[in-house]
Write a protein of this length. Structure first.
Length: 551
């Protein structure tokens, strides 16, 4: 029976936590370095690897040594602060002043003529350091938050480097001890001689070893000793690597819920029922909010061989702890991430691709349902829809709408004398003529359609009857130029080649009317024309809006 209930793992580990696992010789190195004049310590590791827990112990050691400490968290810097270097440095100096319980005296030291960096330096030297009787440990946490602001980060970090250099000759600056903490690699363009990231002691926190995982389990009261304990530690490490938070979260659940076996926990780990569900969903949400990062991470998930990554995006993913560099190749940080994100990112991608495929299928089916199979022009169904749309639109715009109706003369006779195949080719050729003339002589809103077996229509928005008549005449003449020969001697046809009869009607659409008015008018005119003389263009006299010369 479990007699102790452990508190849920927190981040960072408090100073009195029995679950902080030291990673020698890192702690001893930082303690020794902080005592050196003008020292710089750089701590870089991904999220949830124990940086802040180490910093808390470093702060405590500094205080126990009689040093003054200031902890600046750059996550608290608002975007408005980062709009200019001057605003940022004033915010920084004010923040440090409050930490030291000093009244900010920015206006007394700030001078526009000397510039922000010099003003900031004078403020530190003559106000902050001069008022400190002990070494000042300045911890700059999460400095990668300002990497995005390249101008500010370059100027600020070169300023910090200059303070380090001044400690070599200035007694006041020898009081300053710098600790720079960040999750990602530095990806701003910094001059090597102006960067604080290539001086001092560099600390990169390693993952927990098998022995350290076993030690943590035993601190939670789990009997992970001997071969069995080693196998348990190996199984956990194989799933989550040696990431301290992930390791401790698993061990915490095993200690608090002894009815659940390690194998069951590992099986459920990448699922919604697993102990990492909330943590993983937050990671997923971060990726979904940044499509560039998600795309880059997909590359790593999918890669069976080396994959080239954008260095800045790779740094960010490494800072999130999602990938790590092994040799010269980036890989997914641990099996937990591989299984979870393969399920939720790659399958999501596959789902989106399937949705896109279905969308294209629907569009193609819709296109086919609105397209005449023989000519690939719009069919009568789409003609009716489009004409009504244009009628409604031009009603509001009070603009003319013209309609051309065309009939291929004696198509049945052509079919009887030349075959169905030849008649189909005739229809296709006439359709091409109409489509080409409409697209070259009207706006993109013009539409050519196959109306019936031997009839075609052209909807011409913003077109007067006079302009529509010219377009119709051009169609008629080009159909005739096709030179599709009739056997006129058998039937006494009036022309030796295939011709077309056309009718034109035009009106300004009205709310009280409907598009059928235009269709009926042009249909009646075409019926009359084929009874009179073919191979002509006729104009409707009732709706002849904008037609100057009545033909």
């Amino acid at each position: 029976m479990q007699s102790v209930t452990f508190e849920f793992p927190c981040d960072p580990e408090p100073l009195d936590s029995p679950f902080y696992i030291a990673r020698p010789p890192i702690e001893e190195q930082t303690y020794e370095q902080i005592t050196r004049i003008g020292s710089v310590i750089r701590i870089q590791s991904p999220h949830k690897t124990g940086k802040t827990s180490l910093v808390l112990r470093l702060l405590d050691y500094a205080k126990q040594s009689g040093f003054t400490t200031v902890y600046i968290d750059f996550q608290q810097a608002e975007a408005a602060v980062c709009t200019s270097l001057d605003k940022f440095l004033r915010w920084f100096c004010g923040y440090v002043s409050h930490q030291l319980d000093l009244t900010p005296m920015l206006d007394e030291y700030w001078d526009d003529d000397t510039g922000s960096k010099v003003s900031c330096t004078i403020y530190f030297e003559n106000y902050l350091l001069k008022n400190s009787n002990t070494p000042l440990v300045l911890i700059l946490n999460d400095v990668d938050q300002i990497f995005e602001y390249s101008t500010i980060s370059q100027e600020f970090f070169s300023l910090v480097r200059s303070w380090h250099e001044q400690a070599k000759q200035n007694v006041l600056w020898q009081k300053l001890r710098l600790v720079v903490v960040h999750s990602t690699e530095v990806y701003t363009d910094l001059n090597i001689n102006q960067s604080p990231f290539n001086v001092g002691l560099a600390i990169k926190l390693p993952e927990l070893s098998l022995e350290q995982i076993q030690e943590l389990a035993q601190r939670y009261g789990l009997n992970w000793t001997g071969d069995v304990g080693q196998k348990n530690a190996q199984a956990l490490q194989a799933m989550v690597g040696g990431y301290p938070y992930l390791v401790r979260l698993a061990i915490y659940h095993l200690a608090n819920f002894p009815e659940k076996s390690l194998q069951q926990l590992l099986n459920e780990a990448p699922t919604l029922a697993g102990v990492y569900s909330v943590y993983l969903r937050r990671k997923l949400a971060s990726l979904q909010q940044n499509p560039e990062l998600a795309t880059t991470f997909k590359q790593v998930l999918s890669a069976g061989i080396n994959v080239e990554l954008d260095p800045i995006l790779a740094f960010k993913l490494e800072g999130m702890g999602l990938i790590k560099l092994q040799g010269y190749q980036y890989t997914v940080a641990c099996e937990l991430y591989r299984q979870y994100f393969t399920l939720h990112i790659l399958e999501e991608q596959n789902k989106q691709e399937e949705i896109e495929r279905l969308r294209r299928q629907v569009q193609e089916l819709q296109r086919l349902s609105y397209t005449d199979e023989l000519t690939q022009l719009a069919n009568q169904r789409y003609f009716d829809i489009y004409l009504e749309q244009q009628w409604q639109r031009l009603t509001e715009e009070k603009s003319p709408l013209s309609l051309i109706l065309l009939e291929i003369d004696y198509l049945k006779i052509y079919n009887n004398t030349h075959s169905q195949k030849a008649a189909d080719e005739c229809v296709r050729l006439v359709a091409n003529v109409i489509s080409n003339v409409v697209s070259s002589n009207n706006s993109p809103q013009g539409l050519a359609a196959r109306y019936k077996e031997a009839e075609f229509a052209a909807i011409l928005p913003h077109t007067t009857a006079d302009s529509a008549f010219k377009i119709a005449e051009l169609i008629r003449k080009q159909v005739k130029k096709l030179g599709l020969a009739h056997q006129e001697t058998l039937y006494g046809l009036p022309a030796p080649v295939v011709t077309a009869s056309l009718a034109v009607a035009c009106t300004i659409p009205q709310h009280k009317g409907s598009s059928s008015v235009l269709v009926n008018a042009v249909s009646e005119t075409l019926q009359q024309s084929v009874l009179r003389k073919r191979d002509r263009t006729y104009i409707n006299t009732a709706l002849n809006y904008g037609f100057r010369n009545n033909r």
